[in-house]
Ligand binder design. Structure first.
Ligand code: ADP
Length: 278
């Protein structure tokens, strides 16, 4: 039976230097001579021979990738790629970030590698918003895997549980990772019913993913996201109702030309809930 593309992707929380894969990807800088964050961790774990080999590479341009051996790492190889520095989203950052994932996968494929682990490139010191970067990472990997059977497993290694949640949401939103186990929609129910039947958790995951999409599509960050999520979940009767609420919110963001860090006013939510109510 052919393996589904989505089953060739996994999300783990942990340290990328410990991954037992053919290659790990390093979020490097243009010098390739080491730095902080994941780059520093990889150089420390791989040992000083890595820096020696890196010196011979002559740096790397943003959006490109170069390969070295893994030295003392469990992984045989390291693919060094240079993510874009975030400067507001209008300087080609999205495309450059997608290029990092594509070029790294192309390099892995050309070396007959089967398994590769990625960190969340550009989302640390380079300041790329995590939700937006995650959607680009997952979408680009899905596209690549759909055209290339060689790579068997791509692992997204998340540093911390927020990243772990956002990656899983993105995978669910873009590829329906857990869709076979989804519960059927319910038309009316009490919150107790919903809690005990798992519907409440299902609505939470769905709304979380939809808020992520709104943030990503409009390039905004909803600063009162957690409170908003709770309000929508409290009000939503089922997943269909939750979708109507987030669709109305999406329209409001578009119509009002919201940008950057945005607080969704309580009054706006109140109006949306009244309008989309049962
Ligand atoms: P960049 O300069 O590309 O932003 P950073 O290393 O600063 O690179 O951060 C990239 C991402 O790597 C961040 O999300 C950070 O939390 C994560 N990270 C840092 N150390 C590790 C590690 N040991 N394993 C996996 N991810 C890590």
């Amino acid at each position: 039976m052919p393996v589904r593309i989505v089953d060739r992707i996994s999300v783990v929380e942990g340290d990328i230097t410990q991954q037992q894969v053919d290659a790990i990807v390093n979020a490097a800088n243009q010098t390739l001579l080491g730095g902080g964050g994941v780059d520093g961790a990889i150089h420390r774990a791989a040992g000083p021979e890595l820096l020696e080999e890196c010196r011979s590479l002559g740096g790397c341009r943003t959006g490109e990738a170069k390969i070295t051996k893994g030295y003392r790492l469990p992984a045989g190889y390291i693919i060094h790629t240079v993510g874009p520095v975030w400067s507001g989203g209008l300087a080609g950052e999205d495309e450059l970030l997608a290029s990092c994932y594509r070029k790294s996968l192309m390099l892995a494929e050309s070396h007959d590698m089967k398994t590769i682990a990625f960190p969340a490139i550009s989302t640390g010191a380079y300041g790329f918003p995590l939700a937006r970067a995650t959607l680009i990472a997952v979408r680009t990997v899905l596209e690549f895997l759909s055209q290339s059977p060689g790579i068997e497993q791509v692992v997204f290694v998340c540093h911390g549980d927020r990243a772990f949640r956002i990656y899983n949401d993105a995978l669910r939103t873009l590829a329906g990772k857990d869709s076979p186990s989804r519960q059927p929609e319910m038309s009316t129910s009490t919150s107790e019913d919903r809690e005990s039947s798992g519907i409440s958790g299902e609505i939470r995951r769905q709304v979380d993913g939809q808020l992520l999409m709104i943030e990503s599509v409009h390039g905004i960050r909803i600063v009162n996201r957690d409170r908003l999520l709770d309000k929508i979940i409290d009000a939503a009767r089922d997943t269909g109702h939750a979708s109507r609420i987030t669709a109305a919110l999406n329209s409001w963001v578009a119509v009002n030309g919201i940008t950057g860090d945005a607080e969704i006013p309580a009054e706006v939510i109140r109006r949306i809930l009244a309008r989309t109510g049962p």
